[in-house]
Design a protein around this ligand. Sequence first.
Ligand code: BG6
Ligand code: MG
Length: 217
Amino acid sequence: MSRTAGRYKAVIFDLDGVITDTAHYHYLAWKRTADSVGAPFDEEFNEQLKGVDRMGSLALILARAPRSFSNEEKLALADAKNRHYQELIATMTPGDLLPGALDALEAVRAAGLKTGLASVSKNAFTVLDRLGIRDRFDTVVDAAQIANSKPHPEIFLTAAAQLGLAPVDCLGVEDAVAGVASIKDAGMVAVGVGKPEVLTQADRVIPSMLEFRLEDY
Ligand code: BG6
Ligand code: MG
């Protein structure tokens, strides 16, 4: 492919579960929360939380708890979850990049395309810095810059706008059901990373970033 001949001008990546396995740390931290309030919690239910912001995820968990919670209690639970999550990510290093993730970022730039990151996490910049990859992105959109969490398309639309591109020129990469919905509602082609039976709305699903090849799109 020549440097400008491709169909796309940018690839916008999700962070948690695509670039690094923080999705597992979110799972562990929410599992402790759910256990503490007597709400059922397993990997299947956790799929609904992926890509959803902190208070939105907590609301989904508490909807299955045996009692209701005051706003004060909700804020305390969210804060405790975040402290646990931050303990888990504190020891991350560049060695925690998922296999294939860095190669994908390098391949995108080598083909003359821009790179974007779209994460609804308030911890996104911390994770990027621990991984040492902040400068690998031409733009980063995190929770602080948007009003609506995935599955709303705002975050991918914001990333495209910050890159100076139309959504149709961007490819989105996501591991979450809500994230794939966000990409599709933004009018982009969606690459799902995970299982086809889970990411049913994706245009193509790959099992891991090792299988990400620009020429496939
Ligand atoms: C998303 C994760 O990237 O960020 C969700 O997929 C998480 O699981 C959300 O809840 C918010 O993260 P944080 O770090 O702001 O609590
Ligand atoms: Mg994700």
